[in-house]
Design a protein around this ligand. Structure first.
Ligand code: 3SL
Length: 240
């Protein structure tokens, strides 16, 4: 039986073998949610980069440059990491260079996997349906906060484990703990997430509406996938 495992922070990734596996990168608040929004809007490609300095160099190559640190838009950039910034119709067909505190860091560290995809509550059903059809084992990589554990990414990992428990074996205590956490919180995800440190950070920054948005389930069908250096929209077979 295929296996599914949860890596609770990028700092733990060296303990796992990702070669030959599918890695789902998870940063619910907010990088992977915003990436899903961007592809739903019609963005062509997203280039995840490590630093705001590197990101700024893409301005001269026709990219939209987006940078976030500690929840805020980095000075000198037009957009940061709010999902609402990626709903702009002017982004249709554009390429974005993006750097965020944890999300792009996690993507960078997942590069050696067979396939790297982007997961969020916004595309939960699409990701699970696609994962069911894969032959590879799966690693759910939580971006966390500066290499520390967080609740929101673990909850999403738990949601995926619960959806896939018939097709995959939950092969570790981390995947069992994530599933149990999701079962505990699922009837009031928003209320539960309000306990999290990131929710407190958002409160101070007055961006709590982003939390509510990012917790909507399965409103998008796009699956962003890493292709070379870029995230692109996965081409899925047409139904019917
Ligand atoms: O760390 C990240 O990648 C971000 O998602 C953090 S924030 O939600 O923009 O604060």
């Amino acid at each position: 039986m295929k296996q599914i495992d949860v890596v609770l922070t990028p700092a733990m990734l060296p303990l796992y073998q990702i070669e030959g596996k599918v890695v789902v990168v998870i940063d619910i608040l907010r990088a992977t949610s915003s990436i899903c929004v961007a592809f739903n809007t019609g963005v062509q490609k997203i280039l995840p980069v490590s630093t705001p300095e590197e990101c700024a160099t893409y301005q001269y190559k026709g990219f939209v440059c987006a940078a976030e640190r500690d929840g805020m838009v980095v000075d000198g950039f037009d957009i940061g990491n709010s999902p609402f910034s990626y709903m702009d119709e002017n982004l249709k067909g554009r390429n974005i260079a993006l750097t965020t505190t944890n999300g792009t860091y996690a993507i960078e560290h997942a590069r050696h996997a067979a396939i790297v995809v982007i997961g969020s509550f916004l595309n939960l059903q699409a990701i699970c349906t696609w994962l069911m059809k894969q032959n590879n084992d799966v690693i759910l990589l939580c971006a966390g906060w500066k290499n520390k554990f967080n609740l929101e990414d673990t909850l999403f990992a738990g949601a995926v484990c619960c959806h896939l428990k018939k097709e995959f074996s939950l092969c570790s205590d981390a995947s069992i703990a994530a599933s149990d956490l999701f079962m505990l919180a699922k009837d009031n995800l928003y209320g539960y997430i309000l306990k999290s440190s990131h929710a407190h950070r958002f409160k101070k920054l007055n961006i709590e509406r982003d939390i509510e948005f990012c917790l909507q389930q399965s409103i998008f069908t796009e699956i962003p996938v890493l292709s070379g250096d870029y995230l692109i929209k996965m081409e899925l077979p047409q139904r019917g």
